[in-house]
Design a protein around this ligand. Structure first.
Ligand SMILES: Cc1ncc(COP(=O)(O)O)c(C=O)c1O
Length: 499
């Protein structure tokens, strides 16, 4: 990744902080919600414009990778893993082959698709290269406790107690540390579900969780579709009624649901739930004896002071998981008061360990409250806010509607008017078109969105990259406009004119 290029002023690193929160609610007793469409009134949400043959053109012009056949060297499970290739993986693989670099590869692909914070490398680099980070003692070179070194779990517990406003001190024994939240999701699924069991998840959602649950353990996701309909004042809004409906439908289909996954702040919607909403969702889980897994990876990326994030750790007597979202450092942490879960995860922890020296560095970072609270967090929020303001201003000026939120690293934008008809083939064609013009975005179907035409744009990138990305976006849309001009009616041309 870009982060190895140490001579550049500001490059890749995800922000510190965040939590995936796991709950076994039945054992316990206990944002910006404004929707805004680039200045347009919410009621203007409607079906995508219908169209002629342009996208036949576009589809033909943009190549999908050829499907690969089964390998004789692999088991049928191995083959199913080999052949599992989602859109996110395809985009990231193409980006890997041709990464943009300001001087070495200025015509390479700009990645506005992967959720990483590229705005704080300078701060993290300065802190991570201070002398206190260079320490090795024998325990770091020996096999550790498979839930993580005690010194790290203690710092995680203190960190979460403070930043999640827990009413009581959290315990190091309830913390499990693994190499990333993906590993945690995978291991939790393995120990709370049997093969073919399912976990409820509202759609759209961060799509990689499908693989996290499925690849090793054959656990499925049962979707709770959140829609965006004409006149919605809050599209993609999760309610307890929708959860109840999905659970009923799973039961009717004979699917065993073991858990629910909630994300707060949400990926890709960037929604922040109110405490009332979160308690209602947790009560739903408790009522139906489901584990609740709350992913709070983006908890420290709320960049508007008027929005209050409430961690489930602030709600007394619930239990939870956490991740520190420096993506390349590969650390994810779980907080749960379910001791059976902790012990079962410890068995799998041997496959998902983190080097002792890295655990030490992260512990040093977490205990430096002065640096986190006075330097890193304020600067991170300020930079996120500036980047968000810039991108949303550009979207507004281009007349592209989006969900207005003040958290996370991305904007969920509505490109439905650029689809000639409302279909996922057309959405994929537009996605490929962007990629062909060297801009990687994430399209809604990669997040199982039920309405075609939505894209996630990551804004936590340096402004000149956003500008370049926007320029290329313009270019790619202009190319489509060119095609439109030669083949379609002037009305349609006007409705897609970005200039
Ligand atoms: C909401 C959410 N959860 C989990 C993850 C996975 O985190 P990790 O990189 O630690 O596996 C991501 C990564 O983007 C994410 O956005």
């Amino acid at each position: 990744m870009d982060r190895v290029l140490a001579n550049r002023p500001a490059i890749t690193y995800s922000s510190l902080g965040g939590a995936v929160i796991a709950q076994q609610v039945f054992q316990s007793s206990g944002g910006s919600e404004a929707f805004m469409q680039g200045g347009a009134p919410a009621s203007s949400f409607g079906p995508a414009s219908a169209g002629g043959f342009l996208f036949g053109h576009v589809l033909a012009a943009v190549e999908a990778p050829a499907p690969r056949g089964p390998s004789v060297y692999l088991s049928s499970r191995g083959n199913s893993i080999l052949q599992h290739q989602g859109i996110l993986q395809e985009g990231f693989a193409q980006y890997g082959l041709n990464k943009h670099h300001d001087s070495n590869n200025p015509d390479g692909i700009l990645n506005l698709g992967t959720s990483e914070n590229k705005l704080c490398f300078d701060l993290l680099h300065t802190r991570l290269t201070k002398p206190d980070m260079l320490h090795v003692d024998p325990s770091m070179l020996q096999y550790p406790d498979w839930t993580g070194h005690a010194f790290l779990r203690e710092e995680v517990a203190k960190f979460l107690t403070h930043y999640c406003c827990s009413p009581k001190p959290l315990k190091a024994d309830n913390v499990v540390v693994m190499n990333g939240c993906g590993s945690l999701f995978s291991c939790i699924a393995a120990v709370i579900c049997d093969p073919e069991d399912a976990v409820l998840i509202p759609t759209p959602f961060y799509g990689v969780i499908t693989e996290d649950l499925h690849l090793y353990s054959n656990v499925k996701l049962f979707h709770v579709p959140l829609d965006c309909e004409v006149g919605d004042s809050r599209p993609f809004h999760l309610t307890v009624e929708k959860l109840e409906e999905a659970l009923k439908s799973a039961k009717e289909q004979g699917v065993i649901i073991r858990a629910i996954i909630l994300m707060n702040p949400h990926n890709p919607l960037a929604d922040v739930y109110t405490i009332k909403e979160m308690v209602a969702f947790l009560n739903f889980a408790k009522r139906h004896e489901l584990h609740a897994i709350v992913d709070e990876v983006y908890m420290l990326t709320v960049f508007d002071e008027s929005v209050t994030f409430h961690s489930v750790l602030s709600i007394d007597r619930y239990c939870r998981i956490a991740d520190f979202a420096m993506a390349g450092v590969r650390i994810g942490t779980l907080y749960t008061e379910n001791t059976d879960l902790v012990q079962a995860l410890a068995q799998l922890g041997a496959f998902h360990g983190i080097p002792g020296t890295t655990q030490y560095q992260v512990a040093q970072l977490l205990q430096d409250r002065e640096w986190i609270s006075k330097e890193f967090l304020p600067k991170n929020r300020q930079r996120l806010k500036a980047a968000h303001t810039y991108l949303t201003g550009e979207l507004r000026s281009m007349g592209i509607p989006f969900l207005d939120s003040s958290a996370a690293l991305y904007v969920w934008a509505d490109f439905r008017k650029y689809l000639r008809e409302s279909s996922f083939e057309e959405e994929l064609a537009l996605w490929r078109r962007f990629l062909k013009h060297k801009v990687l975005l994430s399209c809604g179907q990669a997040f199982s969105c039920s309405t075609p035409g939505w894209f996630r744009i990551v804004f936590a990138a340096q402004q000149h990259h956003l500008q370049l990305g926007q320029f290329v976006e313009h270019q790619s849309l202009h190319i489509m406009l060119g095609l439109l001009y030669s083949s379609c009616t002037p009305t349609l041309l006007l409705s897609t004119n970005l200039c």
